[in-house]
Design a protein around this ligand. Structure first.
Ligand code: CO
Length: 288
C-alpha cells in the first residue's frame, strides 16, 4: 500500500446543505436510495445521479436491472459488497464484485443488464451518473471493469485509508482519469478522531456521502446516509474533515459542463429533439 502525506490546505470548503436521499426502487424492483436527484443536476453539474444501495435482504436486490438502454453520459458502479453480472448488447460480459468498479461510457447508446449473482448476503454499493459534454454524447460506447486490487489505494500517517477510483488525491493517481469533467472519486475510511484533507480544484462542484459513522466539516456534522454538498467558496482549495466516530464516506467532485441538461429516463441529452431521436433510435433497434 502507498503512503501519502496529506495536503496542507489554505481553507476548507464548508457544507452548504445536507441532503437526505429518497427511498425508491429501480430496475425490476431493486430498493435503493436516490441521493442525487434531478433537482440537484444543475447544482452538482457534471453529476446527474447518485444511487446508494445496501441491503442484506435478497428481496431488495435479487431482481436486478434487466436489459435497459443508456445514452449521453457515463455510469460508474462501485460495489462495496456483493456480486453483479454485467452483459451488454455488444456481447461484452463482466463480473463486478467486492470492492470492484465498472466505468461505462454509454455514448450514443448501449443496452445492458446488471443482475445479482448472489441469492443471500449483503449487496452494497453506489451508481453514479456523470454527464458527457455535448461533443462526445454520441461517441462509441465502451466500458472497463476494475477489480478491487486494481484500484489504487493509500494510507496517511494518521491511519486514513483512501481508495482513488478517479482523479488523483494527495499525489496518488486513481484508476480512471477523464478529460473535460475531470472527475474525482474517493472512497475514504477515517478512524474515529482522525482528520483527512484532500485538494479539490476551485472550479469543481463537490459533495460527500457518508455511509458509515459520521464526520464533521467545519461546524457541520454529516451523519451516515446523508450527502453534504460542499460550498464553492472563493479561495477554498479543498476539504478538511474529522471523523467524530469511525467513518466511511465517498467524496466526489467534477468540473461543471454548463450545458443544457435534458433527461428522459436513461437518456440525457442537450435538447428535447435529441431525446426524441434517442427514443426513435431505441424503438427502431438502432442501439448497438
Ligand atoms: Co444501467
Amino acid at each position: 500500500m502507498n503512503t501519502a502525506t496529506q495536503a496542507t490546505l489554505h481553507q476548507s470548503r464548508s457544507i452548504e446543505r445536507i441532503v437526505q436521499g429518497i427511498a425508491t426502487s429501480d430496475g425490476a424492483g431493486v430498493s435503493l436510495t436516490r441521493v442525487l436527484t434531478g433537482k440537484l443536476q444543475r447544482r452538482l453539474d457534471p453529476f446527474l445521479m447518485l444511487d446508494a444501495f445496501g441491503s442484506d435482504d435478497p428481496d431488495d436486490y435479487i431482481a436486478g436491472f434487466p436489459d435497459h438502454p443508456h445514452r449521453g453520459f457515463e455510469t460508474i458502479t462501485y460495489m462495496l459488497h456483493g456480486r453483479m453480472r454485467h452483459r451488454d448488447s455488444a456481447g461484452h460480459e463482466g463480473l463486478l464484485q467486492n470492492g470492484g468498479m465498472q466505468w461505462m461510457v454509454a455514448g450514443r447508446g448501449a443496452i445492458h443488464s446488471e443482475i445479482p449473482e448472489q441469492e443471500e448476503g449483503v449487496m452494497e454499493g453506489f451508481q453514479l451518473w456523470l454527464n458527457l459534454p455535448a461533443q462526445t454524447k454520441m461517441a462509441e460506447p465502451w466500458y472497463r471493469d476494475f477489480p478491487s486490487e486494481t484500484i489504487p489505494q493509500y494510507v496517511t500517517q494518521n491511519g486514513v485509508t483512501v481508495r482513488v477510483i478517479a482523479g488523483s488525491s494527495n499525489g496518488v493517481a486513481g484508476a480512471m482519469t477523464r478529460e473535460i469533467t475531470e472527475p474525482l472519486y474517493l472512497d475514504i475510511h477515517v478512524p474515529a478522531g482522525a482528520e483527512f484533507s484532500s485538494a479539490i480544484p476551485q472550479t469543481h462542484n463537490a459533495f460527500i456521502y457518508v455511509y458509515r459513522g459520521a464526520v464533521q466539516v467545519g461546524d457541520t456534522r454529516v451523519e451516515a446516509q446523508r450527502m453534504g454538498i460542499l460550498s464553492n467558496t472563493e479561495g477554498a482549495d479543498g476539504i478538511t474533515l474529522t471523523a467524530t466516530e469511525d467513518a466511511r464516506l465517498i467524496l466526489i467532485a467534477g468540473k461543471p459542463l454548463n450545458e443544457p441538461i435534458v433527461q428522459y429516463g436513461p437518456f440525457v441529452m442537450n435538447t428535447q429533439q435529441e431525446i426524441s431521436q434517442a427514443l426513435d433510435d431505441f424503438r427502431s433497434g438502432r442501439f448497438a
